[in-house]
Design a protein around this ligand. Structure first.
Ligand SMILES: *[C@@H]1O[C@H](CO)[C@@H](O)[C@H](O)[C@H]1NC(C)=O
Ligand SMILES: *[C@@H]1O[C@H](CO)[C@@H](O)[C@H](O)[C@H]1NC(C)=O
Ligand SMILES: *[C@@H]1O[C@H](CO)[C@@H](O)[C@H](O)[C@H]1NC(C)=O
Ligand SMILES: *[C@@H]1O[C@H](CO)[C@@H](O)[C@H](O)[C@H]1NC(C)=O
Ligand SMILES: *[C@@H]1O[C@H](CO)[C@@H](O)[C@H](O)[C@H]1NC(C)=O
Ligand SMILES: *[C@@H]1O[C@H](CO)[C@@H](O)[C@H](O)[C@H]1NC(C)=O
Length: 482
């Protein structure tokens, strides 16, 4: 009687297009366990087809007939739905370097059978499309029956090429879209601005080109935007200023040009702004003083060709500021650095900065890296001794022709005034010049930049020449009188 009712239950279940798998394989399960092992047949077959198109193991389905329960595989995750009886659903497929067995097949591709996984929330495939060219089909995502993915990551796939299909924007449930380190090319489709629930967009390290569509300003919940290492051009889109939740913008290593839009200054939550290795011109808008939470400002290798922007002095949370090779000119001290209490790394190397090194830099308590090399700084380096000792080799002031120091920092040792006169070719036996001891007060030396110290020499010369002229004249007049 029990077996008859069991059979009837099984038939009922099958009639509902569900598979009662546990009964086939086991005989020691309780009723509850029997029920929780039910999966929709269509969904199970869909999973088999999707994985068969990716993995180099034709026996995967045989070895994992119950991927949600008895024969799990680390790359597949399931969740119990809230139907009655409860059914397992595939919610995550992940293939990556942490899951090596079985490897991806050389002809790996994304199967259309993804449509059969209506509960799939995460699809992440790394290091899988390695050999034969694989492109994202324009129709793959372009259907209302594509699973409502929240997290799509296809990364580090050297043979994933072609365009980002505009149809991807139909997956409106996406919160995380990562397509980094592939060979994707062409433009970023403007349709992407329709993914309004997107929180993270990472298209870094591809061969994308063209301008970033203004529609990106529609991604109002975006917190992370990484478009680095592509061939993107044009201006940094001003619509980024609408994305008030942004915490990280990385546009480095592209071909962005023109000026930075002032709207960027509205991003009060921004923590990291990396614009390095582009062709962005100065001046940088002073509205960037509004980036009150910025901790990392990385702009190196851009032809800003301005003075150090003053707004950086008001970014009180700044930890790293890198403005190397930006064509910066003028003094290091257009503002007070003292408010930068958290600054730990400052790179101003490879610019054309002039004047002296402000001693106030040496009072920044968090500073651990200071690179001022390859500029046109001059005068005596008057940073506090304990600061110089603390930084050690992380203090780099090499390659500044006019700079001298009493420490061993691979710049010339400061000579006293007499020797300075010698080295600059001034009148050698000008003994009337006040000679300072080499270990004189640093602060005082700071004020005497080379251009300022020339004035006394000129005066001295003038006095000498005048006395010579007067003497000669007196001799002449005496001679004439005689
Ligand atoms: C049968 O049940 C026992 C305990 O109830 C369990 O340890 C065992 O793994 C089960 N056998 C199978 C094949 O699931
Ligand atoms: C893949 O495409 C590139 C150019 O897009 C081509 O040079 C290469 O031969 C293709 N490889 C295969 C295996 O089809
Ligand atoms: C943005 O995120 C908030 C909080 O998570 C959510 O309530 C809101 O619906 C999201 N906006 C969109 C357009 O999805
Ligand atoms: C200095 O900057 C120039 C461009 O301004 C660049 O070509 C050069 O590689 C940089 N040098 C170093 C050492 O970074
Ligand atoms: C400072 O910057 C120069 C490039 O201008 C680089 O060669 C050098 O290694 C840097 N020094 C330190 C200590 O980082
Ligand atoms: C430089 O000299 C001026 C007066 O000439 C003085 O007020 C100032 O404190 C000096 N600065 C330093 C750093 O010694």
């Amino acid at each position: 009687m029990a077996s008859v009712s069991f059979l009837a239950f099984g038939l009922l279940v099958l009639a509902c297009n569900e598979v009662l798998i546990s009964a086939i394989l086991h005989n020691n399960n309780t009723d509850v366990e029997v029920e929780t092992m039910i999966m929709e047949k269509e969904e199970l077959l869909g999973l088999f087809e999707v994985l068969d198109a990716l993995l180099d193991d034709s026996k995967w389905a045989q070895q994992h007939p119950l991927p949600c329960t008895e024969t799990p595989w680390p790359g597949v995750q399931c969740e119990i739905g809230d139907q009655d009886p409860p059914l397992f659903h595939v919610t995550k497929i992940h293939i990556g370097p942490d899951i090596l067995n079985p490897p991806c097949k050389s002809s790996a591709r994304l199967s259309d059978s993804l449509f059969k996984l209506p509960y799939l929330k995460t699809l992440s495939i790394f290091n899988c499309f390695l050999e034969s060219n694989f492109t994202l089909s324009p129709t793959l995502f372009d259907s209302s029956s594509f699973p409502p993915l929240e997290h799509l990551a296809l990364g580090s796939n050297p043979s994933l090429s072609g365009l980002i299909p505009p149809g991807l924007a139909k997956v409106v449930s996406l919160k995380v879209l990562t397509l980094s380190q592939n060979k994707l090319e062409g433009r970023i489709p403007r349709e992407i601005g329709g993914l309004v629930t997107l929180e993270q967009l990472d298209l870094s390290d591809n061969s994308l080109s063209g301008e970033v569509p203004l529609e990106i300003g529609g991604l109002e919940n975006l917190t992370i935007l990484d478009l680095s290492w592509n061939g993107l051009e044009g201006q940094v889109p001003c619509s980024l200023g609408q994305l008030e939740l942004l915490q990280k913008i990385d546009l480095s290593s592209n071909s962005f040009m023109g000026r930075l839009p002032s709207e960027i200054g509205k991003l009060k939550n921004l923590i990291l702004l990396d614009l390095s290795h582009n062709s962005i011109n100065g001046p940088v808008p002073e509205t960037l003083s509004g980036l009150e939470n910025l901790e990392y400002l990385i702009v190196d290798h851009n032809p800003l060709n301005t003075e150090i922007p003053k707004f950086v002095g008001s970014l009180g949370k700044l930890q790293t500021m890198s403005l190397s090779a930006c064509g910066l000119r003028g003094p290091i001290l257009p503002f007070s650095w003292s408010s930068l209490k958290h600054l730990s790394a400052l790179s101003l190397d490879n610019n054309s900065l002039t004047g002296t090194v402000p001693p106030s830099l040496g009072t920044l308590e968090s500073l651990e890296h200071l690179n001022l090399s390859n500029n046109e700084l001059s005068g005596e380096l008057s940073l506090p001794e304990d600061f110089i000792n603390r930084l050690g080799k992380r203090l780099d002031v090499r390659g500044n022709n006019g700079l001298c120091t009493s420490n061993h920092l691979q710049v010339p040792v400061c000579l006293n005034r007499k020797d300075k006169a010698l080295s600059t070719g001034k009148h050698p036996d000008d003994q009337s010049e006040r000679i300072k001891p080499a270990d004189d007060d640093h602060e005082h030396h700071m004020n005497e930049s080379s251009s300022e110290s020339e004035a006394p020499f000129l005066k001295q010369k003038l006095i000498i020449s005048m006395s010579v002229i007067i003497t000669v004249c007196s001799f002449l007049s005496i001679f004439l009188l005689i």
